[in-house]
Design a protein around this ligand. Structure first.
Ligand SMILES: [Fe+2]
Length: 315
C-alpha cells in the first residue's frame, strides 16, 4: 500500500517552495485507532510524553500547563482528550522509536524522496503523534526542522504565513536556533489577512507541508490525532547555522545582519562560523523548569484538576 496518494507533477515542482496539501493513507495502517493509540501510549516512556492542559486565561491565551499523568493508562489519557477538557498530548519520537510506527515513518520518507527527488540527505528523522481535544490549538510558531503535518483523525484548521520579515523577523528565528525558549514570536490576528493559507480545513487523511521555517498555527475543530514528522537536511542545517551566527552577532556584538540579503559567500562564511560557535557551546543550555500545575483525574469534568502547590516534573 502506498502511503502518499494523488501526488502530481505540480507537487513535485513546488515541493519545499510552496504550501501544499496531499492525501495519505496513514489511517489504513491500523496504528491510529483508539485501541492502537492506547497500547502505544502504554508502551511509551513517560518522559517522552508531554501532557498539557490549555487553561482559559485571557491574559495569556496560548498558555500550556504541564499535567501530571502518572498512574493513568493510555485509554484514560485518550478519554481525557475526548472529554470536554482542553488537553494536548504530544507523544514524542514514537514514530522513530516504536518498531511498528518506525516502519511506517520510514516508508513515508522513502515515498517522499521518490516523489520529490529531494531529502536523500535527511537526518535526525523524528516523528511524534499529537492527540488533542476539540478546543485545543497550537499557537503561531516556526520550526527549525523541516516539518510535515500528517493529519490522521478529526478536523483542524491550519494557517501558514510567509517567512518575510513582517512574519518571521530574523531576530525571532535566531532566538529559536539559539534556544532562547522564552522568546515569543510576534503574532496578531491581523496577520491572518496575509496568510498563504488561512484557516484551511484539514481532515484526517491529508498531509500539509510548507517551505522550511514558514510560520504556522493550527486550531482544532474536533478531537484530533495527527503525526508531525520532522528532519533536517544539509540545506536546513546550513541556514540554521548561518542564522545562529547572525543571532550571536546581533546580541553580543551589536550588529544588524540580514540572512535574506546576505550574499552567497557571506552565507557560507556565516554558516561555518555558526557551526563553530555551536561546537564551542555558545548555545544556551538553559531549560525552563517544567512545573506541574495540574493532575490528570478522571473523576472530574475535563479530566484535570489543579494541584495544591506546583512541583517540578518528575514523571
Ligand atoms: Fe510546527
Amino acid at each position: 500500500m502506498q502511503l502518499i496518494q494523488n501526488w502530481t507533477q505540480e507537487n513535485r515542482d513546488n515541493y519545499g517552495k510552496q504550501v501544499m496539501v496531499v492525501k495519505h493513507a496513514m489511517n489504513e495502517t491500523g496504528l491510529f485507532t483508539d485501541e492502537a493509540l492506547a497500547e502505544m501510549l502504554d508502551a511509551h516512556p513517560s518522559h517522552l510524553i508531554d501532557f498539557q492542559h490549555l487553561p482559559d486565561n485571557p491574559e495569556y491565551p496560548d498558555q500550556q500547563v504541564t499535567v501530571d499523568f502518572s498512574g493513568a493508562d493510555g485509554a484514560t489519557m485518550l478519554r481525557a482528550a475526548k472529554s470536554s477538557g482542553k488537553v494536548w498530548i504530544n507523544v514524542r519520537e514514537v514514530m522513530n522509536r516504536q518498531p511498528k510506527y518506525k516502519k511506517v515513518l520510514e516508508q513515508l520518507h522513502g515515498e517522499l524522496e521518490e516523489h520529490t527527488g529531494k531529502n536523500a540527505d535527511r537526518r535526525n528523522c523524528r516523528g511524534g503523534i499529537l492527540i488533542s481535544s476539540a478546543s485545543a490549538a497550537t499557537p503561531y510558531h516556526s520550526d527549525p526542522t523541516l516539518t510535515h503535518l500528517c493529519h490522521i483523525r478529526g478536523h483542524k484548521k491550519a494557517w501558514v504565513y510567509p517567512k518575510t520579515q513582517d512574519f518571521l523577523p530574523d531576530a525571532a528565528y535566531e532566538s529559536i536556533v539559539l534556544g532562547e525558549v522564552d522568546e515569543d514570536m510576534p503574532f496578531s490576528y491581523d496577520m491572518d489577512a496575509f496568510a498563504v493559507i488561512a484557516g484551511a480545513d484539514l481532515h484526517g487523511g491529508e498531509m500539509v507541508s510548507w517551505p522550511h521555517r514558514s510560520p504556522h498555527r493550527v486550531e482544532n475543530v474536533t478531537f484530533c490525532v495527527s503525526m508531525v514528522m520532522e528532519f533536517s537536511t544539509r540545506r536546513s542545517a546550513f541556514t540554521n547555522a548561518g542564522m545562529f551566527a547572525n543571532g550571536v552577532l546581533r546580541r553580543k556584538y551589536g550588529r544588524n545582519p540580514s540572512w535574506a540579503h546576505a550574499s552567497a559567500p557571506e552565507k557560507v562564511a556565516k554558516a561555518a562560523l555558526g557551526r563553530l560557535m555551536m561546537k564551542l557551546g555558545t548555545r544556551k543550555t538553559f531549560r525552563r523548569k517544567d512545573l506541574v500545575r495540574f493532575k490528570l483525574d478522571e473523576t472530574v469534568e475535563g479530566f484535570v484538576r489543579a494541584v495544591a502547590k506546583p512541583y517540578e516534573r518528575v514523571h
